[in-house]
Design a protein around this ligand. Sequence first.
Ligand SMILES: [Zn+2]
Length: 136
Amino acid sequence: MNDHTLIGRELDAAVARALGCNVEASRHGESYVCGCPQNADNEYPHGFFVDGIDTCELAHYSTDFDAAWRAVEASGLLAPDTQNSLHGHVDGWAVTKDVTDYEDYYASACHETLAVAPTMPLAVCYALLKFLEKKS
Ligand SMILES: [Zn+2]
């Protein structure tokens, strides 16, 4: 799903699902938890870190810089072979793909925009959904 109308915890859940998380509603249904098995360090792979301690509460990918960066690393969004890059933009942050055709440099577009958003975590979340949707 690539829907810029997703916000907050719904967006966090969509990102986690795109990363392969078995997202579950929390016990009282007011939030989401990572339903994946804990890793060798007893951490939930898509969990939320509070003071360095991992909880099963779903990571806040769309608002937490560290969580967004973990999602970047887990997805390969900015891996060199993708030609994707994250950079500042007049409207905040952008993730773009270099699509320059060096055979026909002047005729081609140079960049395809994956996402533009006011904050880095938001730009990463929207770009990641688009990126993983294309790969699948
Ligand atoms: Zn998970």
